[in-house]
Ligand binder design. Structure first.
Ligand code: PRX
Length: 658
């Protein structure tokens, strides 16, 4: 018997004693001991872990520099290299012939690469990049499908001290161009095309479109991984095939030893206002946290086969594909395709074929596979041998207890703990999560902060809220993997994450509540204008700006509405320059506008629903009343006070769906 229901109200699942016995953090006492060590002397705690978990070419003499908050510096005078830690260090530990990556392509073909071979490829490509003039401090945009080459590209940048900025392959030319310009990229690595769900989709063509939009004059070099062999435009002098860049290059490449504070990468994410923010991460603190969380949260052991289904275009794919698994010498699966191709049993089939032991995915994927296996019983996990699994993880959005239970029963066979990991692009790695061999689990709760993470719930002035009462999630002390700044905009960094009224605490942007008895955290969702659709983070303002850029649109307001499948769905209220459309015309324009947003930002930002009005509900001072729009988006009756509303009649019009 592996589970024990201790609490009838909020079903508590205790870890299996045999799991506890072998866990890297074994039992709650071990967890509490680490927390106590961190609290007692944070510098000694982080210093010890940094020495034990990373290779330092030159040891650091100071752990944390707090002299200029919130611009904290960690291990600053220490010299290291992320790629060296992920490759040479693993080879020295005896992992040379161990499989680093098991890559499964969309069509099911599998390529595996050992640590030794990955090291050679990264070095050859790193040397090739250097030969093209790319070096320390340069920014390189990576716009590439899930592939060994994607990991090679990121690792090669890290090796030579270039800062990479990966842009998810689903973003449009315009989004790509904005990121190239903002980060000041001088080189870009892409592929001819990508394969998803049996189809070839363009990448290089989109790169050319992005560059043609202007402002990218600093970008002199484009390197193309030949994935499909499809026909693509090629600009002589600027464009190079990746295989040609690697050809003839030596299989060793001395890493560029950088300060622990050297920016390893910039990753763009959405905020509540303005354009996406370039979240800048460090080398030392970031890599420390990626390795530690692999050890603590994913309980990684030498024989594990780890699989994180995220894309390297998101932070999850950075920390738990490109860096974390390699930094601890794990074998991992990297998957090119989609969970529903050739059928919705793909994930389970892959777990069985590759003997996956630790599986990490998003609630949206779980929910869609529940639905798919209802429709197609052959795709149900019961048809696959999932006996190698020992640990499951969830990330990106709140997991509803029903999806948690299904995952627990049907995938984990009530044997595997589920780590519901709360974290963000800005945090670099897990923050609040169960430890699988320690923390009793409650479906829907991310439970307790990791050792050294002083998470708390406070009111608007930074004062602690009692357990049982919701509030604002903050982190009271700096931690090594935290965001360092917003690329090129330190002021925005300070304003967004360290607002003056919060007493120097990091503002996560989420609401949360702690259980009265257990102190467990449950995330209640964003408190700003950021939406979470299928685990993808999007700013309402970004979508509004995209809509008003359309010549037909006079005004737009975007809100989120709860959605059973995608967590949240985007609802856009639009006022056209022409009269309010009706019937087929309204449907036609709505389709046009959805496609427009797809082109402006990317398909993930397309509103699920568009409603047209003659106007938007505004206060007398002209402020759009979004809370009312949220209520009517859900189909609820407006019960709030609308006396400050200038045009109350508009509400009934905006309730109408197309
Ligand atoms: O709202 C929280 C939600 O996702 C946001 C962070 O999104 P992003 O930076 O794209 O990173 C996603 C992958 C780490 C958070 O502010 N979120 C993430 N994980 C959870 C979550 N909400 C509830 N539970 C989680 N486990």
């Amino acid at each position: 018997m592996s589970t024990e229901v201790l609490h009838h109200e909020n079903r508590l699942f205790s870890p299996d004693p045999s799991f506890v016995a072998q866990a890297n953090v074994s039992g709650m006492e071990a967890y509490h001991a680490l927390c106590a060590e961190a609290r007692q002397d944070p510098d000694a705690f982080w210093g010890r872990l940094a020495k034990e978990n990373l290779y330092w070419q030159r040891p650091f003499t100071k752990v944390l520099d707090e002299s200029n908050p919130p611009f904290f510096k960690w291990f600053e005078d220490g010299l290291t290299n992320a790629s060296y830690n992920c490759l040479e260090r693993q080879i020295q530990k005896g992992n040379a012939q161990k499989t680093a990556i098991l890559f499964e392509a969309d069509d099911g073909s599998v390529t595996s690469i050992t640590y030794q071979a990955l090291y050679a490829r990264v070095c050859r490509f790193a040397n090739g990049l250097k030969a093209l003039g790319v070096g320390k401090g340069d920014r390189v945009v990576i716009y590439i499908p899930m592939s060994i080459e994607g990991v090679v590209a990121m690792q090669a940048c890290a090796r030579i001290g270039a800062t990479h900025s990966v842009v998810f392959g689903g973003f449009s030319a315009k989004s790509l161009q904005e990121r190239i310009v903002d980060v000041g990229a001088t080189a870009l690595i892409t592929a001819d095309e990508q394969r998803r769900g049996g189809k070839s989709l363009p990448l290089k063509t989109i790169v050319d479109e992005a560059l043609a939009l202007g402002g990218c004059e600093a970008l002199k070099t484009v390197v193309i991984y030949q994935r499909t062999g499809g026909n693509i435009p090629f600009v002589a002098g600027r464009d190079h095939w990746m295989h040609a860049v690697e050809e003839g290059q030596p299989e060793t490449c001395e890493p560029e030893w950088v300060s622990a504070e050297h920016p390893l990468f910039v990753l763009y994410t959405s905020g509540s206002t303005g354009k996406p923010k370039g979240v800048q991460h460090s080398t030392g603190g970031y890599l420390l946290w990626a390795s530690l969380t692999m050890t603590w949260v994913f309980d990684i052991k030498p024989a594990d086969v780890f699989w994180c289904t995220a894309d390297i275009g998101w932070v999850t794919g950075h920390s738990y594909i490109a860096y974390g698994p390699l930094a601890v010498g794990a074998t991992q699966v990297v998957f090119e395709g989609v969970p529903t191709y050739p059928n919705a049993g793909r994930f389970w089939d892959m777990i069985a074929r590759h003997g996956v032991t630790v599986f990490y995915t998003a609630p949206t994927a779980i929910r869609s596979l529940i639905k798919a296996s209802d429709a197609d019983p052959a795709a149900h996990p019961r048809n696959f041998n999932l006996s190698t699994l020992r640990l499951l993880g969830s990330v990106g959005e709140p997991i509803n207890p029903e999806a948690w239970m299904w995952y627990y029963k049907n995938v984990g066979h009530e044997r595997c703990p589920i780590v519901d990991t709360f974290w963000q692009t800005e945090t670099g790695g897990h923050m609040i999560t169960p430890l699988p061999g320690a923390t009793p689990l409650v479906p829907g709760s991310c439970t307790l902060p990791l050792p050294g993470i002083e998470a708390a719930i406070v009111d608007e002035t930074g004062h602690d809220m009692p357990n049982g009462q919701g509030g604002i999630l903050v982190v009271k002390r700096p931690w090594p993997a935290m965001i360092r700044t917003i690329w090129g905009d330190p002021e925005r960094f300070q304003k967004s994450y360290y607002p003056a009224e919060l007493q120097g605490y990091y503002l996560a942007g989420d609401g949360a509540i702690r259980d009265e008895k257990s102190g467990y955290f449950t995330i209640t969702g964003r408190i700003d204008d950021v939406l979470n659709v299928s685990g993808h983070r999007m700013g309402t303002m970004e979508i509004e700006s995209a809509l008003v850029a359309n010549p037909l649109v006079a005004e737009a307001a975007v809100v989120g509405r709860p959605d059973d499948m995608t967590g949240e769905a985007i609802v856009a209220y639009v006022v056209l320059k022409q009269a309010r459309p009706e019937g087929d015309e309204a449907k036609k324009i709505a389709t046009e506008l959805r496609n427009w947003v797809g082109k402006e930002i990317g398909p993930i930002a397309k509103p699920k629903e568009i409603r047209f009005g003659d106007n938007l509900p505004k206060t007398r001072s002209g402020k759009i009343m979004r809370r009312l729009l949220r209520v009517i988006a859900k189909g609820d009756e407006v019960t709030q006070d609308i006396s400050t509303l200038e045009n109350p009649a508009i509400l009934s019009q905006l309730k109408e769906t197309l």
